[in-house]
Ligand binder design. Sequence first.
Ligand SMILES: [Zn+2]
Length: 201
Amino acid sequence: MDQIKIGEFISKKRKEKKITQSELAEKLMISDRAVSKWENGICLPDAANMQELCNILGITINDLFSGEVVDMKDNEKKLEENLLEMTKLKEQRDKELLTLEIFIGIIVSIIMFACIFVASFADMKDWLRVVLIIIGIIPFAIGISYAIRIEQIAGYYECPNCHNKYVPTYKTVLFAQHVNRTRKMKCPKCGKKSWNKKVIH
Ligand SMILES: [Zn+2]
C-alpha cells in the first residue's frame, strides 16, 4: 500500500470537491493535523473514519487503498490486492505486539524481583520492606494485565481439533491454564477443551 499515493489521491479528491483540509477535518470531527498527515503520506486514515471519508470524497474504500479511482474491470483484482496487503499489515502489527508483550513481561519482572531482592536482603525498616514490595508488585500487575490484553488481540488461537481460529475474550485468556502462549481453552466452534496455540496467520 502506497501511503504517498493514497495521500496525494485524498488531497486531489478533496480539492475536486472544493473543500479545505479544515472543512474536511470538521466534517469527520478530527483535527486538521490528522488530515494533513494523511495527505502527506505520513499515516493512513483510521478504520473509524474511512467510510465517512470515502462518502465525502465520493470514492470507494477500494479506490482509497489503491490511491486512484479503480476501473470497474480491475475492481476485483485490486480488491484482492488490497485485502492481501491489509492482512500483511495486520500480521506485521501482531508480530510487533507480541514482541512488545515479551518486552513488557521482562521489564516488569525485573522491577519486581529487584524490589523483592532489596526488600529481603538490604538493611532497612520492616515497613519500608513492605512498601518496596508493593512498589515492585504494582507495575508487575499492570504490565502483566496489559501483556495478556496484547496476547488476546494479536493474531488468533487455533483449535487443534477442528482448526478453527478465533479471538477469545480477555477473561477466558486471563484464567486459562497456559504454557507460554499455548492456552487450554474451549473452542467456540467444536466445544472441545484443549491446548490452543497462538497463530499469526
Ligand atoms: Zn474446535
